[in-house]
Design a protein. Sequence first.
Length: 119
Amino acid sequence: QVQLVESGGGLVQPGGSLRLSCAASLSAFSIYAMGWYRQAPGKQRELVATISSGGRTNYADSANGRFTISRDNAKNTVYLQMNSLKPEDTAVYYCNAALSSGSFRRDYWGQGTQVTVSS
């Protein structure tokens, strides 16, 4: 059974930093593209950042320059370093593992971790 377990969320003041972690019980973790998504109350889930199996990264405009996604294949873990946090970053953050080839796609999701940015 595949599990993605997020950690590192919490309450932080505007301008502060948090580091999210996602530990994945995936065999062949290194071949999965990993990503972070978030969902604020009343809004749709949105992409924050992704990192490919080869290490290529992609960021939402809102995250570019402030957030950094990275992965440690030896630990089956993906990270999201978030700096200069703003109140609008408040959301539940979800970890995603995706494997795709042609028309085939398989996704796994974590249970989410709450990030609240408030003074």
